[in-house]
Design a protein around this ligand. Structure first.
Ligand code: ATP
Ligand code: MG
Length: 332
């Protein structure tokens, strides 16, 4: 097996949706052949905004099951829960000492989210990108498959790795984000200018990976469109149409050119049922596998336990190297 590594995570903040799948999960699955995969459920990142403590454990299990149902193979890759590997927090703490406050305050996600949360904004939200850098750097990966919303955080991770290596010696590998062109940013079904998100309260704004045929049909039916005749990719003034065509292209497995020709003259009355059918067929195998995996919780727990053990050995070692380079006294 290759010793090149790849790392990616998902927050257990709700229903995993098509944007998560097309932007990150499917790329993670594809990379398993040539890389050692480390995939985690980012539960420590889920408590940085208001959340329901009664649902966190359930969302964590379901998100792990989604990873497996999507094709993450626990015999080849390491699947684990972030909070089960305490070295992530240790590494975040020491990276905090070289993370520039000004840079963190300028992170777009922090600015957006803190604006929405006002007085409820917490320290965890502010240093989210530092913990994310630790999540990644702990495994010295070559690649990090993410959606384009994480680009800025990945750049910060690179900066922290470079800064650390320059000051204390070459401990970290500077990772590259893997942001695919198609699917890097799937937009909300109700607003073509906002990305599809788990934490958006309106469930109709997204296609969840576990949505059944009726839900998909209703959501596609209510998806925002416009009154202009014909369907086209790439028109900035028609973000909703571009998004629906992109989703159709990726779910049907057809090329962009094929879809542009096939759908160019269509009205929504013809296109929306086509999109619905493509989505239902695309999601069905994932849903069947998900049900099977969730039916054996002991097996799922065992996979996550073994994953945390494997990940823990590597993350602990990196933390030790980083602390030693920084001059901490070693434990005898
Ligand atoms: P939340 O609203 O709770 O932040 P989210 O939908 O943004 O949820 P995350 O768990 O934050 O999901 O992100 C998991 C992965 O999915 C990341 O790699 C992220 O870049 C990617 N991702 C999230 N939303 C989209 C999207 N709309 N299109 C493509 N990729 C996405
Ligand atoms: Mg997010």
């Amino acid at each position: 097996m290759s010793n090149k590594r790849v790392v990616s995570g998902i927050r257990p903040t709700g229903n995993v949706h098509l944007g998560n799948y097309l932007g990150a999960i499917r790329n993670s699955v594809a990379l398993q052949d040539a890389h050692q995969g480390f995939f985690f459920i980012a539960d420590l990142h889920a408590v940085t905004e208001e959340y329901d403590a009664k649902l966190l454990a359930e969302h964590t299990c379901a998100t792990a099951a989604i990873y497996l149902a999507s094709g993450i193979d626990a015999t080849r890759s390491t699947l684990f829960v972030q909070s089960h590997v305490p070295a992530h927090c240790g590494l975040a703490r020491v990276l905090g000492s070289i993370a520039p406050f000004g840079l963190l305050s300028r992170m777009v996600q922090f600015k957006d989210k803190s604006e929405r949360q006002g007085a409820k904004t917490c320290l965890g939200l502010f240093d989210y990108p530092v913990l994310m850098a630790a999540d990644i750097l702990a495994y010295k990966p070559e690649l990090v498959p993410v959606g384009s919303d994480q680009k800025q955080h990945l750049e910060l991770t690179q900066q922290l790795a470079n800064r650390f290596n320059k000051r204390f010696g070459p401990v970290f590998v500077v990772p590259k984000p893997l942001i695919m062109q198609d699917g890097a940013r799937i937009m909300s079904l109700s607003d073509g200018n906002s990305k599809m998100s788990k934490s958006e309260p309106n469930d109709r704004s997204r296609i969840n990976l576990l949505d059944g045929a009726d839900a998909v049909k209703a959501k596609v039916h209510f998806a925002k469109t416009d009154l202009i005749k014909g369907l086209e990719f790439g028109n900035r003034d028609r973000p909703e149409v571009n998004n629906l065509l992109t989703i159709y292209q990726l779910a049907s497995g057809k090329s962009r050119e094929h879809v542009a020709t096939e759908c160019g003259d269509m009205g929504y009355g013809k296109f929306k049922p086509l999109l619905t059918d493509a989505l239902v067929s695309y999601l069905e195998p994932i849903q069947t596998r998900f049900a099977r995996i969730m039916g054996d919780r002991a097996e799922l727990d065992a996979i996550l336990k073994q994953g945390a053990e494997r990940a823990g050995v590597i993350a602990e070692e990196t933390l030790k190297q980083a602390m030693s380079a920084m001059g901490f006294a070693g434990r005898t």
